[in-house]
Design a binder for this molecule. Sequence first.
Ligand SMILES: Cc1cc2nc3c(=O)[nH]c(=O)nc-3n(C[C@H](O)[C@H](O)[C@H](O)COP(=O)(O)OP(=O)(O)OC[C@H]3O[C@@H](n4cnc5c(N)ncnc54)[C@H](O)[C@@H]3O)c2cc1C
Length: 379
Amino acid sequence: MDFRLSEEQEMIRKMARDFADNEVLPYCQQWDEEHIFPWDTVNKLQELGLMTCGVPAEYGGPGIDHLGQCIVAEEISRGDAGLATTLAASTLLGPDPVYIAATDEQKKWWYGRMMEGAITAFCLTEPGAGSDAGGLATRCVKDGDDYILNGTKQFISNGGVAQLYTVFTTLDKKLGYKGMCSFMVDRDTPGISISKPENKMGIRSSNTTQVIFEDVRVPARNLLGKEGDGFKIAMKTLDISRAVVGAMAVGIAQGAMECAVQYAKERQQFGQPIASFQAVQFMLAEMSVMVETARLLYQKAANNQDMGLPYTREASLAKYWGGEAAMKVSLNAVQVHGGYGYTKEYMVEKYMRDAKIFQIFEGTAEVQKLVIAGDVLRG
Ligand SMILES: Cc1cc2nc3c(=O)[nH]c(=O)nc-3n(C[C@H](O)[C@H](O)[C@H](O)COP(=O)(O)OP(=O)(O)OC[C@H]3O[C@@H](n4cnc5c(N)ncnc54)[C@H](O)[C@@H]3O)c2cc1C
């Protein structure tokens, strides 16, 4: 077993890391404080090809493998998890239903728009359907050559900045999972409106809104797969994207640990750097264990994807442990900074606030444990 990254993956890591160091870290506290969606930086990510890193080569994208996409997500998240959310939601989560279920013609349309610069979003969650995605209520009714969509999607990353949505609906709520349908929807279709962005605890540079559909007419040719395929497509999408979300969480943990190490070496108390105290060293050691194990888990999940091996369990392990690592490491990074860690002068308080969402979105920590426990019990 060889744990080294390929030359290409190392190159991608360096490109994304340099971008985070030069274009993200100097500005991200201001984005956070002033609740700014950093359009200029997103445009620079577009120019570098990172906003389309999930577009397959046969549709004009860079054709980066799943592990490479995770590496980009980790490095950008080390800079700002809000920006990484924008990137991952647009290049991976929004398009994954297309990747999974679209025809060649549908892919040409969707990926073509992405290559022209369209941002995308994934619209599954509703006010009454979060963990229980199968309980969604947004209706789709066939009308001639179209479907008419009505309903409200909640907490949609990129909701207010996307040009393209993948949208999950039901033919009839009574049909449960079997009634779900998934569509590609253009933002400019009449009847779509957006709420004002959520005022969030963390990942504040990302745009999170409701997306509201009122008598939205979508051509039947935009249906992904067949009627009733929606639930399967949604679950497969989450399987694919969980490794990436685990990688983003590792980016936060890595960034917080780097801050803690630097501060521990600089801060003097009792006439010596606090790094000389074993209590502080133990916190740093635990951080390192969590970062390394969480990284190995997302790498395994992504590698399984690239090798065509099963990855549902691995993706849930990566997402669950990534979230735990981001939270624990960033909490302890604040602890290492003492009172200064509790102020906005240092990045660690931002890492801590950003970390929390990784135990909530893309399936909560509890939902991941349900998936993992199911697998353990099945043997
Ligand atoms: C910033 C942000 C960005 C997001 N981006 C997107 C996006 O781009 N697209 C999208 O579709 N959604 C998105 N979401 C939605 C996100 O995926 C949901 O918030 C998440 O799945 C949880 O759903 P909920 O908030 O309705 O919580 P609930 O499902 O109501 O859960 C509440 C609590 O109950 C627990 N719980 C629920 N069911 C069970 C169970 N069976 N067993 C044990 N515990 C359970 C949960 O773990 C949680 O602790 C985003 C959310 C946020 C906050």
